[in-house]
Design a protein around this ligand. Sequence first.
Ligand SMILES: NC(=O)c1ccc[n+]([C@@H]2O[C@H](COP(=O)([O-])OP(=O)(O)OC[C@H]3O[C@@H](n4cnc5c(N)ncnc54)[C@H](OP(=O)(O)O)[C@@H]3O)[C@@H](O)[C@H]2O)c1
Length: 225
Amino acid sequence: MKTMIITGAGSGLGKELAHLLSQKGYHLLLTGRTIEKLATTKKEIEAQGGKVDILRLDIGNAEDVTKKVEEISHTYNIYGLVNNAGVGHFGPFVEMDEHHITEMINTNVLGTLLMTKAVLPQLLKTSEGRIMNIISTAGLRGKVNEAVYVASKFALRGFTESLQKEYEGSGIKFNAVYMGGMDTPFWDNSDHVKDTSRFRSPRDVAEIIIEQMDQDSIIIESKKS
Ligand SMILES: NC(=O)c1ccc[n+]([C@@H]2O[C@H](COP(=O)([O-])OP(=O)(O)OC[C@H]3O[C@@H](n4cnc5c(N)ncnc54)[C@H](OP(=O)(O)O)[C@@H]3O)[C@@H](O)[C@H]2O)c1
């Protein structure tokens, strides 16, 4: 069975993509830092007949990424990677906590780059597979009180577009996914958005992504602005 790795699969969009990719027949390797959340997702998918394994993996930790991807490459037939894990901290740039700046760059940018660097050679060996980068409309345009988050997501846009060109004809499909707000735990500790109920559900967004997986860029604007 072909294995798809999903980062940050214990909640929100990652969890919904896991459900839908399982229905497409993939074996899933769900990763994140909180094993309890991953175990719940695994249980739900297995109850529907899906095949799932879980792995504690902090994408902000370079050693963790390299070591664990090397280990799993001997166990699974890795076909794809969904770089979904991400964090956001918002507010006026001059008031931004340095720790939060580092966390966003380490997770959103460095984590995605390291995961891709670890997994891509496995896909190139078989000349097939896919890497899907979950970005945001924050990767398309600047936004007030989102400077660092936007910077991290613009970096992923450049990264994805470059790999699309660099590995054209390799058999590997790269998707850049730009969505507006989703009603997920992403906003739990933030007052940047007052009412997340006006956002699309992560299930709706996941369904649109799966429908459009053949496109290089998938743009899903917010339901309401
Ligand atoms: N919600 C929105 O409005 C929105 C809009 C556009 C784009 N996005 C993007 O969509 C993606 C998914 O976010 P979401 O809305 O579904 O939020 P979410 O429910 O908070 O999911 C993010 C997941 O990432 C995991 N994660 C965070 N840091 C990690 C790390 N260092 N290593 C491994 N896993 C890590 C978290 O689990 P652990 O803490 O257990 O590791 C969490 O399950 C993110 O890239 C986000 O930037 C979100």
